[in-house]
Design a protein around this ligand. Structure first.
Ligand code: ASP
Length: 343
């Protein structure tokens, strides 16, 4: 470790982590982040200089949208050279979507961007916020041989750092709210921080950070269920300007073989809609062609989402459409891992 103090920028977007109980009324109120060090004196023990930036109006993460993602990515890009690492405080509900979106928007990222939040507000007696916040900052400050250990977008929650675009919120009340079922954790926090170096994205060559600006929201998710009827499929495929559809299929990428269903998908593809096959199982991968029920999809050029999460698939589709990848290249680029989001 070299002895220079690390500088960390905390970006507060909202969510439970930033709330404090007003003991007079008992109500939860957004916390004044300029008072961070005063309210959480433990942070003074970290060997870091901490600055904070707060959204003008902190939001519940259910209100997140692609404009906010670009805003967060811009804040990081504008401050990139002045800080060693970034911690984004965010509501847990859509944190996996934001982590995925940021991973795509921030091309050539060579510094840590760690998202965290909490299930209980920071002022609650049994809060998980302090541990999550303190360890997220420690992880953002980690360096070895003068280089950041983490050079990607991570999500830290309940003693584990995951690759952000591999995560899913799996529980609405357990402190362990996230899982990364198709990719191992990157760091485990115990008495020491154990870093699983073999799973980190490789150190970046010296290309400059590129913060992309456009996400195209002409996308949809369709989760199959036994009994899904023509009207439902028609309604989704008839959405004006629909450009990409994440099709949540069964098991390893299987879908009904009824003629009407396959014909509707085929027509949509012919009209220029990209259809991406993602499994609705929490873990495992799509293997197109393993069963007869997916070989028809393969034949009609449905895109293989492999082991990508739905959160990463929808944000990757928005990013690729927004970045102007040509229609012909979309399938090849989608099937390629850009930020470690798929095999
Ligand atoms: N509803 C909150 C949010 O996502 C929950 C949380 O912060 O964990 O903003």
């Amino acid at each position: 470790m070299n002895s220079k103090k690390r500088s960390i920028l905390l970006v507060y977007t909202g969510g439970t982590i930033g709330m404090m109980k007003d003991y007079a009324s008992g109500a939860l109120k957004a916390f004044d982040f300029s008072q961070l060090l005063k309210n959480i004196p433990e942070l003074n023990q970290l060997d870091c200089t901490i600055s904070s930036f707060s959204f003008n109006v902190p939001i519940d993460s259910s209100n997140m949208n692609p404009t906010h993602w670009v805003e967060i990515s811009d804040i990081i890009a504008e401050n990139y050279n002045n800080y060693d690492g970034f911690v984004v405080l965010h509501g847990s509900d859509t944190m996996s979507y934001t982590a995925s979106a940021l991973s795509f928007l921030l091309e050539n990222l060579a510094k840590p961007v760690i998202l965290t939040g909490s299930q209980l507000p920071i002022g609650d007696l049994r809060t998980d916020a302090k541990e999550n916040l303190i360890t997220a900052i420690q992880i953002a400050a980690l360096q070895q041989n003068g280089k950041p250990v983490i050079q990607e977008v991570g999500l830290y929650f309940e003693y584990k750092l995951y690759r952000g675009n591999r995560t899913t919120k799996i529980n609405a009340e357990h402190f362990q709210a996230f899982a990364s079922l198709n990719y191992p954790q990157l760091i485990e926090s115990g008495v020491h921080l154990t870093i699983f170096k073999e799973y980190l994205l490789p150190q970046k060559k010296k290309s400059a950070l590129r913060a992309h600006q456009n996400m195209d929201d002409n996308v949809a998710i369709l989760k199959l269920f036994p009994g899904i009827n023509e009207n439902i499929i028609d309604a989704i495929l008839a959405a004006q300007n629909l450009k990409a559809l994440i099709l949540e299929t069964y098991g390893s990428g299987n879908a009904p073989m009824e003629e009407w269903f396959l014909k509707k998908l085929k027509n949509a593809i012919k009209k220029g809609v990209h259809i991406i096959n993602v499994t609705q199982c929490s873990g495992g991968a799509v293997i197109m062609g393993q069963y007869e029920t997916s070989s028809k999809l393969k034949k009609m050029q449905v895109i293989n989402g492999k082991d990508i999460t739905t959160e990463a698939a929808i944000t990757k589709a928005m990013y690729l459409l927004g970045s102007g990848v040509s229609h012909e290249l979309f399938k090849t680029v989608f099937e390629t891992s850009l930020r470690g989001e798929m095999i």
